[in-house]
Write a protein of this length. Structure first.
Length: 209
């Protein structure tokens, strides 16, 4: 079993205390569906050095295309069997979108899932990513019966590696020369956390009826 690291001691207590009215609300942030007005914020996150730390660079997309994609996403109503999520991370104080988090690689047979998270450059260092990750894991463990969360991080992304270690994830392996980015082959680190480890590390985040 992993042990709680001091960097996030008490975070589950703060989330539980302030977010009791909704499973999607944390201490500083809330997770919500993307809204049409987010289309004006999303381009600020795209094609930046931070995007390179989370995914491959994609061709530029117009504001019109961005707004259309967000509006189409906003119109979709998730059902009880919806497992793959794509959510905005918004500040609790003013609902400003500061980043995003998605759930992917959902494996119902083995009970595993993965996620990706990103925070805008000007909003980093506020603990938003840590809260978003914990809220998503609580949902997937307590409401969808998954038993393990996985995350993959590029070997040069020191900030993300630090985040996962501070959250209590176990570094399970390294895929050597697994990705081609910026003209180089890079390693990819694999982190994991089981539902038992999550509940031991963050007992206050147990969902209530």
């Amino acid at each position: 079993m992993t042990t709680r690291l001091p960097d996030y001691r008490g975070l589950d207590e703060r989330i539980a205390a302030r977010g009791a009215d909704s499973i999607w609300v944390g201490d500083k942030i809330q997770l919500r569906a993307r809204k049409p007005q987010d289309a004006d914020v999303i381009p600020l996150f795209e094609h930046s050095a931070d995007e390179r730390s989370g995914w491959m660079i994609l061709p530029p997309r117009s504001r019109v295309a961005t707004r259309k994609a967000v509006e189409e996403s906003a119109e979709r109503r998730p059902g009880p069997q919806t497992l793959e999520l794509d959510l905005a991370i918004a500040r609790r104080e003013d609902d400003l979108m500061v980043g995003g988090i998605n759930v992917n690689e959902v494996d119902q047979t083995n009970g595993t899932f993965a996620y990706g998270v990103g925070i805008g450059r000007e909003h980093k260092g506020n603990g938003y990513a840590a809260e978003a990750v914990l809220l998503v894991m609580r949902f997937m463990f307590d409401e969808r019966r998954f038993q393990k969360c996985e995350a993959r991080v590029y070997d040069y992304n020191a900030a993300s590696i630090s985040l996962h270690r501070k959250l209590g994830f176990v570094e399970e392996g390294r895929l050597r020369r697994h990705l081609f980015l910026a003209g180089e082959y890079r390693d990819e680190l694999i982190f994991g956390m089981t539902v038992e480890e999550f509940r031991q590390l963050y007992p206050k985040l147990k969902s209530t009826l």
